[in-house]
Design a protein around this ligand. Sequence first.
Ligand code: SF4
Ligand code: SF4
Length: 448
Amino acid sequence: MRRYKGSKYNYFQTNDRGELLIMNMRTEGKVKVTGEEAEAVKELLDNSVKEIDETKECYNQLIKKGMFVREEEDEVKLLMLKQNEMIYGTDTLSVTIMPTNDCDFRCSYCYENHMEDYMDEETEERVLLFLGKKIARCKQLRLGWFGGEALLCKERVLRMSKKINEMCRRYRVPIYGEISTNGYNLDVDTFKELVRNHITEFQICIDGPKQCHNQTRPHCTDKDSYTRIIENLKNIRDNVKMGMFKIALRTNITPGVRPYLDEHIEEMKRLFGDDHRFMLSFQCVRDWGGDNIQQDMIVDDERTEYIDTYKTVNEVGMSSAGKLSFAPIVGNCTACRKNGYLIDFKGELHKCSLAYHNKEHRDVDTIGYINEMGDEVVDESKLATWIVNNDDISKGCYDCVLFPYCMGGHCPYSRNITKTKTCNKYILSNVSEHVVEQDKEGKIPYWN
Ligand code: SF4
Ligand code: SF4
């Protein structure tokens, strides 16, 4: 027998059969408890110290999943340790490449200044030299493609992805690759080539049904980009047999898009609902900067929007929040990492695309550059502004069930630079849907 207490970070949710679903936010461990046992288990997992018989399988499971912690264990310190490893460790190399600032869309809420800036051959060589040196010293690569619209320079993206993949193979470094694209130029061949080179996570925005999308996300010359994007996605659905990719179809929610969401979700379910490689995600539009955003594009209450939207998704049975990750510290942006870089078309090193496009913050965001030898030249004082947390975490955060994910403010731009940090409690509605969806998919085992 040893003395244990319930973790601060157990999230409780009841399913429609009255069963208790528990997810520990520090370990992502999950269990399910029958309705009859629910109250007793909740009490068992409160913060008081109890003698627990570890040899009993049911208790052992709760211990292994971090739902019970030893009396003397300080979960906040354990999380801080992990966070420091994330910030200062060099095992993970996180690189997002923006090969162009240009884009063929003019989305109504976009914060970017679209210029016809494209990466050239010499910069490509420098970036690859830099990556070769960094990959040789890391244990995993997180690679992202971003823009502008990265696929406006499709050949460069494919060529560089292939070379990066070869380097990673040479050093036996796994790649976790992703791309944010408007999907307009994502034909099947391009898609397959990206997946072959481990770019397996795709984020494509579709803002509602055809008319709504075409109005909110207008293409520069094509009045109906919706049809082409949907055709591209259907071709991928029907012609790509590989299973190891994920396409998140993201809808940016504005008050204008809101009335069409149910229709949109039904249509996405009809087209992609039977294919587990597709999922829906949602993001309420915010004032991300730039001159385009208008106050009437911002919803009054984000949390309510997510609750309502995920409820509809759940009802139609489309894959969504269940595929989100709530792994601890993952919510912290890679701009927090010392080994995290946003590389622009000139080979400059940056931290955050919002700061990059903001005139006032562009300078602090430009933390350095890659020289002709492929070495980084970094201004340490700017780097410190980003990664050293100079904001006191409020006491309430330590006891917040979201703390393992949010760590009291996951965005270093708002925390350290604009000083506009806000609480992220709205994420709770996503956690709630995540747990419910995982349960529906049979992924949560009974505790005994
Ligand atoms: S706004 Fe914040 S969370 Fe987003 S990329 Fe910039 S630093 Fe990261
Ligand atoms: S900022 Fe809000 S959501 Fe994040 S840990 Fe603090 S109280 Fe929780």
